[in-house]
Design a protein around this ligand. Structure first.
Ligand SMILES: Cc1cc2nc3c(=O)[nH]c(=O)nc-3n(C[C@H](O)[C@H](O)[C@H](O)COP(=O)(O)O)c2cc1C
Length: 353
């Protein structure tokens, strides 16, 4: 009861401060990234002081979910979109059941030119359009910094999202990370393979060549026994998603994540070339939900593959509906930046089902 009230007050304050920061930092010239950088620094300050305990909510013990042998205290996990430890720590404190790191590539890259992320309205709903272009520290730097005691103290699963410009690069990144994970005395990891690319410069993805995908997954499987999740794009035709499932059912301990952000042209969401450096980008937020649910139903009606449902999840009703229709876990990204205190409120409602 008291925790719910605290979550509601914090949610109101968080949303007000966020609007204030966006108003002052991201309007002229329009660039949401300035507000994000400021917000991340503020969050980092909070996370290194005792103020972080304001964010701490326990997870009710009766809402556990699992993915093969990995146990999640809550079915809500963070989708792959950030790699700064302070953000991941904040979400664990509010009650996320597991976290997924932003996609890591072999070599460092700064991604696309700014402005490359903006708040937009799409079909009446708030949404984010991003064409970050997978900025990454590169695998070497990632390995040297990604596991912190503060994170592993939560004892919750950690997903590592892997990307690449070609199958060889994916495998190199995978091998380096696997080698490192084998040297740790923390075992709650899973891999996620990001095969979609709504905003890479050449538009080529692993999802364009499913033979390559199958070969690569088999190589991964022969190298590691950890869970491998394949994250698909909502832009893929249903037939391709079915084909991917046909591959996954042949490879043990795999799962599907449905899915990534959806490609939309910048001018379709009211952005001029001055406020968005690319022709379009990946749209995320509430408007994706209908298609996420449709794809979850499609896959769960035909296959016995664990599903992580990501895309537009923003409420208890969404989470309940996805779980009832066959999802094992639900991933959230936009909700964590707009209103992370919904997580304890959703956890609480799930516990009363
Ligand atoms: C700023 C931003 C960066 C993202 N980066 C990645 C990424 O590196 N890898 C990935 O698989 N998905 C990435 N995503 C997609 C999210 O993981 C998620 O699939 C998508 O946003 C839909 O979920 P949502 O509606 O809850 O935001 C990113 C999304 C956003 C908004």
């Amino acid at each position: 009861m008291l925790n719910n009230l605290r979550a509601k007050i914090l949610s109101f304050q968080f949303k007000s401060i966020r609007r204030f920061v966006i108003f002052f930092l991201s309007k002229i010239p329009k660039d949401l990234e300035r507000a994000i950088i400021f917000g991340d620094s503020l969050n980092h300050l909070i996370m290194i002081t005792p103020l972080r305990y304001l964010f701490k909510f326990s997870i009710p013990s009766n809402i556990k979910a699992s993915l093969y042998d990995l146990e999640f205290e809550s079915p809500l996990i963070s989708a792959s979109f950030k790699d700064d430890i302070s953000s991941l720590l904040q979400w664990q404190l509010v009650g996320i059941g597991g976290v997924t790191y932003k996609t890591v590539l072999k070599s460092p890259s700064v991604g696309n030119l700014r402005p490359r992320i903006q708040e937009v309205r799409y079909k009446g709903d708030y949404a984010i359009l991003n064409s970050l272009g997978l900025p990454t520290k590169g695998v070497k730097k990632f390995i040297s910094s990604f596991v912190s005691k503060k994170m592993t103290n939560f004892n919750r699963p950690i997903g590592i999202s892997i990307g690449g410009k070609n199958p060889e690069e994916y495998f190199e990144v995978f091998k380096e990370i696997e080698h490192h994970l084998n040297s740790l005395n923390y075992a709650h990891f899973f891999y996620e393979i990001n095969i979609s690319c709504p905003n890479t410069s050449d538009g080529k993805c692993l999802s364009d060549d499913l033979e390559n995908l199958k070969e690569l997954l088999l190589k991964f499987r022969n190298t590691s026994s950890r869970i491998i999740v394949v994250k698909v794009s909502p832009d893929s035709p249903d037939n391709d998603i079915i084909e991917i499932c046909n591959i996954l059912v042949q490879i043990p301990t795999t799962a599907i994540n449905i899915g990534n952000s959806k490609y939309v042209r910048a001018d379709k969401v009211g952005l001029s070339s001055k406020s968005f450096s690319m022709d379009g980008g990946g749209l995320s937020g509430k408007n994706l939900y209908g298609n996420t649910l449709r794809l979850v139903k499609l896959v769960s009606s035909k296959y016995d593959i664990p599903i992580i449902a990501t895309g537009g999840v923003s409420s208890y009703d969404n989470v309940r509906e996805l779980l009832d229709n066959g999802a094992s876990l639900t991933g959230v990204a936009t909700l964590l930046v707009t209103d992370p205190f919904q997580i304890p409120l959703i956890n609480h409602r799930l516990s009363s089902d």
